[in-house]
Design a protein around this ligand. Structure first.
Ligand code: FAD
Length: 425
């Protein structure tokens, strides 16, 4: 405690880290100091990268939100640094200041640690990806695909879209289901918008596209009813679908090879890789066998309750969805405020009830909207498609940028109401 106040250190300033800083400040007030560490001074609004790519807009220009104002408003000190290690016994974090090269490792002490620095998207584990693969998960890969599509690189051949196998840890298997893929909303979204792009650019339509999954059902976390309905629509449109492919073993000039079954021929191979924890996390006493942070549904580590996790870095976050990280940041804020005596146990101890909430672009100003908790044992399975979900997707991003990530609860309620009740088919 530098000034008598407990030091809350948040690792990562993406959706989960920003949400956590804002919620800790909202619920714990001035009872704590907050420091946020991120290697970048901006938040990349990842969910809209596919929509920008297919509209031929540079996502690096449109989807980076400078976070300086957000940290100021949250009363948080921001350090642009790369985390290199955590010592839960000493309650310290090792990091490298990033603004200029040449800085030595620094050490930061914490009283509470919120681990929110996401995962590595492990394209480097797929042989042949660098030479022959395409992706849409950051601005570099998004722009590479954009150039291929809009500058004549694509010659009109078959297209394969799908995910590598996810390796989930076993420590929280009693709390959340086991997933074969980390996040399969994006492959479904890309398959739909790619078909629209093909049609609009005179290259044909859905029958050029094969979507594949390592598991028995793509996007199974969206609920069986929703996925069956989506697959029915997709097969009527002419898409090809392959399940139970296991891991991607290689990308070649001709296509993809898998753990199970025959190779798949494709000119364009657009993949989502395995979501893998940062290498320095593996072996820490707060982590599972892969390096995901083990927590209960109040987002606290059981052995080190002063360590909390939020977003993709947390073992209980399956699928890896920003929307689930958003739900968790609320819990993180209340848990720390509870220890500060600022909120009641009744308010703070409401455990995570994960909800899959996803709006995917389909091209031509349309989108699909999914809200479902059936994978976790709930009853909700909503699927809507049309122009209103698309408007909501774009409006949500604008509202996020305008409010520096502080989407008011009415914003979410209105989105749900509009998508489900008022307009969508
Ligand atoms: C193409 C695509 C589309 C998606 N669409 C949706 C969607 O529609 N809805 C949805 O809910 N989710 C969607 N997701 C998932 C969503 O993007 C993630 O779940 C979300 O970004 C996770 O947030 P996070 O803050 O945990 O991690 P991240 O967004 O990965 O943020 C991590 C932050 O930590 C920083 N960081 C990482 N390592 C270090 C380090 N060592 N030191 C310092 N800083 C570090 C990074 O710079 C980053 O700012 C999509 C994902 C993809 C790839």
């Amino acid at each position: 405690m530098a000034n008598g106040k407990p030091q809350v250190v948040i690792l990562g300033g993406g959706f989960a880290g920003l949400g956590s800083a804002q919620k800790v400040r909202e619920y714990a007030g001035d009872s704590v100091d907050i420091t946020v560490l991120d290697r970048n001074s901006y938040l990349l609004y990842i969910p809209n990268i596919p929509a920008e790519v297919f509209e031929n807009r540079d996502p690096a220009a449109t989807l980076r939100m400078n976070t300086g104002k957000a940290w100021q408003e949250a009363g948080a000190t921001f350090i642009q640094g790369e985390v290199r290690g955590i010592n839960p016994d000493l309650r310290t974090v090792e990091f490298l200041p990033k603004e200029r090269d040449g800085a030595p490792l620094e050490v930061l002490h914490y009283d509470y640690l919120v681990i929110a620095f996401g995962c590595r998207l492990a394209y480097d584990q797929i042989p042949g990806f660098a030479e022959h693969g395409q992706a849409i998960s950051d601005t570099y890969y998004g722009n590479k695909l954009r150039r291929t599509l809009f500058e004549g690189g694509y010659k009109g051949g078959p297209i394969a879209i799908g995910s590598a196998r996810f390796h989930q840890g076993s420590a929280v298997k009693d709390l959340v289901p086991m997933a074969d893929a980390a996040c399969e909303g994006p492959p479904v979204e890309v398959m739909m918008s790619m078909a629209t792009w093909l049609k609009n650019h005179g290259h044909g339509g859905p029958d050029k596209i094969t979507v594949f999954t390592p598991g028995h059902m793509i996007a199974e976390d969206a609920g069986e009813k929703v996925v069956t309905s989506l697959l029915g629509i997709a097969s009527q449109m002419g898409f090809h679908y392959q399940n139970n492919r296991g891991d991607i073993t290689e990308i070649t000039p001709e296509g993809l090879r898998f753990e199970h079954g025959d190779p798949l021929e494709a000119e364009l191979k657009i993949v989502l890789p395995d979501w893998v924890p940062h290498a320095f996390m593996k072996g820490l006493p707060i982590c599972d066998e892969h390096g995901f942070v083990v927590t209960d549904m109040l987002m606290r580590n059981r052995k080190f309750p002063e360590v909390l996790a939020c977003g993709d870095a947390a073992a209980v976050t399956v699928p890896k969805l920003g929307a689930i990280g958003h739900q968790q940041s609320e819990i993180v804020g209340k848990q720390i405020a509870l220890d500060m005596g600022r909120v009641s146990p009744e308010l703070a101890n409401e455990p995570l009830k994960p909800l899959v909430y996803c709006i995917g672009d389909m091209g031509d100003n349309k989108a699909f909207y999914i809200r479902s908790d059936s994978w976790y044992g709930g009853q909700t399975q909503v699927l809507k498609m049309g122009r209103i979900p698309y408007l909501l997707k774009m409006q949500y991003k604008d509202l996020f940028f305008r409010t520096q990530g502080r989407i008011p609860p009415w914003g979410l309620d209105a989105a749900q109401f509009l998508a489900e009740r008022l307009f969508a088919a």
